[in-house]
Design a protein around this ligand. Structure first.
Ligand code: ATP
Ligand code: MG
Length: 483
């Protein structure tokens, strides 16, 4: 087609998309071609067909000519007609883009090539029509079949549209420029969608690359984490044995088994014991942490009365709470159902929480351990929707409330991370390693429970700090679902 259309295609982009397999039907919508055929036929009354390069009919607007119908009703006439039609269909318009093919009836077909960007994409066949200069009925029509009736043939032939060759050439050019325009816009749409596709493919490829890098790093980190846990487990284990001796001997020394100790000597030995015990607690935490991480911690499951667990925690902590001047209260609801769990691990959970509560509460404050049932999510109703009985408890809740420094909202999720401490400075006031809550959370989850933390808004006797500000307090809520 025209040079203008091909230059409008836009050099570099064509390279990207116009492969050798480009087809007319990829560039142009069939409905658009059908519209072109229809309007052409309505304007000039000449049949028109558009074929793809492989010979498939893409669109047409035709009307059977009376003389053709008549010839086709005769045996030999039908064969001759078929031969003409297939010759027309395969006729090559050549580089000139236009060719004319005659029919034995005297009519002709005009074949116009559809080229785009220097490639042949298909052809348009216009006709049959009678050339305006045809004066007489040609002999070839009468010779086509022995049964042909010359009178009828003569009567039907002039019903075919009669056009001057120059007019057909003009019409052909018009058709070419219309198709050119359609091809150009189709090409543009195709380019746009292919570019879009290419950019989506590129982003997808980039994403996949990032993904595989990420999963590689993840695997590496997992491996490092595993190595770290193994290292911690081994080191802690190896530290525990000599430490047991240190503790044992310092205890014997303090008890005077190795001879009576005097004033400061006794004090020093007791300090060695205290610090040794702190070290042992830390080593135990590290061992628990690595067992929880590797999934090798074992649990002795039984029906556990949480009231007893909390009482044991209370008596363990009472001396240090008293020493600090913090009041320790325990309130357990009557007939609290037992839960399935490991009594020792449950004790560890609440001892850790209560230790924190006492540690972060100043003198004069109080710490409360409260256990009760909760019925949310269970409301037995009769058929008409009235609640008939007290709701069945769905979980047991233990709250550890304190009147201490509290945990700022932004820190509440982080305190359950291993080694995380709100005050991570080396000059911090309170001791510890930041492992307690991470172990607590995992242990609670191993029991099918959940743990959350909030500000303690229900303090009965709040403590005020040196500036007269009320301590926010913290409350840790542990919920164990009842089955
Ligand atoms: N009751 C609480 N009140 C205020 N802050 C708390 C309370 N409990 C925990 N925290 C904050 O969460 C941090 C993590 O607690 P966690 O028990 O894990 O570690 P730790 O008590 O510092 O050390 P460890 O328990 O290992 O001896 C604490 O350092 C503290 O900043
Ligand atoms: Mg702690």
């Amino acid at each position: 087609m025209s040079a203008a259309a091909s230059s409008r295609g836009g050099g570099g982009l064509e390279e990207l998309t116009l492969g050798h397999g480009l087809r007319l039907e990829d560039l142009v919508d069939r409905d658009a071609l059908q519209e072109v055929c229809k309007s052409f036929f309505a304007l000039f009354g000449i049949p028109v067909r558009i074929y793809a390069q492989d010979g498939a009919l893409l669109a047409d607007a035709v009307q059977d000519q009376a003389v053709c119908q008549y010839v086709q009703s005769l045996r030999e006439g039908r064969a001759a007609c078929g031969a003409t039609v297939s010759a027309v269909k395969s006729a090559d318009p050549g580089a000139a883009l236009e060719a004319t093919h005659p029919c034995f009836t005297g009519a002709v077909y005009r074949i116009i090539g559809i080229d785009y960007d220097g490639r042949r994409l298909g052809r348009v066949i216009v006709g049959p029509f009678l050339p305006a200069d045809l004066k007489e009925m040609p002999r070839s029509l009468l010779a086509v079949d022995p049964a042909i009736d010359p009178v009828k043939a003569k009567e039907l032939l002039p019903k075919m549209p009669r056009v001057r060759p120059e007019t057909v050439t003009r019409i052909g050019r018009h058709l070419q420029s219309v198709l050119d325009l359609i091809l150009f816009s189709g090409h543009r749409a195709l380019l746009t969608s292919q570019m879009h596709l290419a950019s989506v493919k590129e982003s997808y490829r980039e994403l996949q690359e990032q993904n595989s890098k990420l999963s590689e790093s993840y695997e590496r980190l997992k491996e490092l984490d595993r190595l770290k846990s193994n290292f911690l487990a081994t080191v802690s284990h190896e530290l525990r044995t000599p430490l047991t001796s240190i503790l044992g001997y310092s205890e014997m020394l303090a008890e005077g088994i190795g001879g009576e100790l005097q004033g400061e000597q006794l004090e020093f030995v007791q300090t060695i014991r205290e610090k040794g015990e702190q070290l042992l607690a830390l080593i135990k935490s590290l061992l628990d942490q690595s067992k929880l991480e590797s999934g090798t911690m074992s649990f002795k499951m039984a029906n556990v009365a949480l009231g007893e667990v909390l009482d044991q925690v209370g008596s363990t902590l009472l001396p240090s709470a008293k020493k600090k001047g913090v009041l320790l209260e325990i309130a357990v609801a009557p007939r609290l159902p037992t839960i399935r769990g490991d009594a020792e691990r449950l004790r560890q959970i609440f001892l850790n929480l209560a230790e924190n509560a006492v540690k972060f509460t100043p003198t004069g404050g109080s710490v409360r351990l409260i256990a009760a049932t909760d019925s949310s999510g269970s409301e037995p109703e009769d058929d008409v929707g009235y609640v008939l009985f007290a709701s069945r408890p769905t979980s047991v809740i233990v709250r550890v409330e304190d009147a201490g420094i509290g945990i700022p909202e932004a820190e509440r999720a982080k305190v359950f991370d291993a080694f995380y401490q709100v005050d991570g400075s080396s000059t911090r006031e309170h001791g510890g390693t930041g492992l307690g809550l991470s172990i607590v959370k995992r242990l609670v989850e191993m029991h099918g429970g959940t743990i959350t933390v909030d500000q303690n808004r229900e303090q009965r006797t709040p403590v005020v700090d040196a500036q007269g500000r009320r301590m926010p307090g913290a409350v840790f809520t542990v919920r164990f679902p009842l089955s």
